[in-house]
Ligand binder design. Structure first.
Ligand SMILES: [Zn+2]
Length: 397
């Protein structure tokens, strides 16, 4: 169970505002008198007053003081709880050796909230928020409450009124998936995963981009300064905006899906600027908006408690993901063919495995068995082998 607070604006009538102000004032006076009572008691007897004792005093006070009857009894009780909490905090500070911090009196206008600790002292109805002794106050429920409402605090803030509901809700303990994945930027496609799955760029994006090209040609043909040119420029600007949104939407969807499916995600830490300088890759990289995608992926992974690892991109496409030997390629070589071990893989697929392997080696201690249990054995097998090969350097003799 977790607790969350929902805050809504209240719109009390003039009469209700009066009652609320009055209630705050009664509570403020009660709060201060409780402080005085505790202080006096301590000075006289060397002992303070417990909350229970103050409750008894309140009970007799209610018979004498009319004003107390204007306020819902549980709201008054809550004031005693507040005093108690203030003192407990004070004692804690004293114990910790901190100076000062004796509970302070609330001066006029400085007491800003009252709490209804349980229903039915307050109730949300069709008509609004029903507050005992105040009436039904108009409330703007701009979002739905999910969970069990526990308490309601009515707060005055800068002349406006708010209701804050403390709500208990079940935490949906989503188990983190145990599968690990490496992702590589695709050159033809959007991305390739270490499982071999290819994520294509969406067709609608392609369509919009073709349309943009056409409209840009139209724009370049229009005479400078003409109204037609102005119109064409507007059309182009609108298309640019549309493409940005479509791309962002696509990046959100893909990153969400990956975060929901995998518990460990590895990607290249691309120096995007460095890559855009390379003319062969320039278009595909900037078009794919890889940097934006990685940002989305990173924060979504963090929110979900999933490990996201960025690795150095050097030689991920050259090294063989199975045996680790170097297999040099040009950008035109689409297939990785290793003459050392016979591995044949799509070039980006091979790179994606290398990326996962590199991140896995770095994090293998943190991740332990989970990573070893990943579906693709190749990269991990290799790192285990190479670790064993290096081991004999501590020579026995
Ligand atoms: Zn190989």
């Amino acid at each position: 169970m977790k607790t969350k607070t929902y805050k809504y604006r209240l719109y009390p009538t003039r009469k209700q505002t009066c009652s609320l102000e009055q209630t705050l004032e009664v509570c403020r006076i009660l709060y201060n008198s409780c402080l005085v009572d505790r202080k006096n008691s301590y000075e006289k007897t060397g002992k303070g007053l417990s909350r229970i004792r103050q409750q008894e005093i309140l009970k007799t006070d209610k018979e004498r003081v009319d004003a107390l009857s204007y306020v819902h009894s549980q709201v008054l009780q809550d004031v005693l709880f507040r005093v108690d909490r203030a003192f407990q905090a004070f004692f804690r500070r004293v114990k910790a050796g901190e100076k000062l911090g004796y509970p302070r009196y609330k001066s006029e206008g400085r007491y800003d909230s009252i709490t209804y600790p349980q229903q039915p002292g307050f109730q949300l109805t069709e008509q609004g928020l029903k507050l005992s002794k105040i009436g039904t106050v108009k409330i703007r429920l701009h979002r739905v409450i999910q969970g069990n409402i526990k308490t309601c605090t009515v707060r005055r803030d800068g002349g406006k009124w708010y209701a804050c509901f403390s709500v208990e809700y079940e935490t949906d303990k989503k188990s983190i998936p145990s599968k690990a994945i490496g992702i590589d930027v695709g050159i033809k496609s959007f991305a390739v995963l270490s499982t071999g799955e290819v994520i294509e760029n969406p067709k609608y994006l392609h369509k919009s981009e073709n349309k943009l090209k056409k409209k840009q040609r139209v724009l370049s043909r229009r005479k400078k300064g003409s109204s037609n040119r102005k119109k064409a420029r507007k059309v182009v600007a609108k298309l640019h905006c549309k493409i940005r949104n479509q791309r962002s939407d696509f990046h959100h969807k893909v990153s969400r899906k990956l975060v929901n499916t995998f518990g460990f995600i590895a990607a290249e830490d691309l120096n995007i600027l460095g890559m855009v300088k390379n003319h062969h890759l320039a278009k595909s990289i900037s078009d794919a908006g890889w940097g934006q995608f990685l940002r989305y992926l990173e924060y979504k992974a963090e929110e979900a408690g999933i490990q996201f690892e960025k690795v150095a991109p050097h030689r991920t496409s050259i090294n063989c993901s199975f045996c680790g030997e170097r297999v040099p390629k040009t950008l035109a070589d689409r297939i990785h063919v290793c003459l050392f071990c016979g591995t044949v893989l799509d070039r980006d697929h091979n790179a994606a495995i290398n990326i996962l392997d590199r991140a896995g080696t770095a994090r293998i201690n943190a991740w332990g068995d989970k990573l070893c249990g990943r579906p693709l054995p190749t990269g991990n097998l290799r790192s285990t082998l190479s670790l064993n090969q290096e081991a004999p350097s501590v020579r026995a003799g």
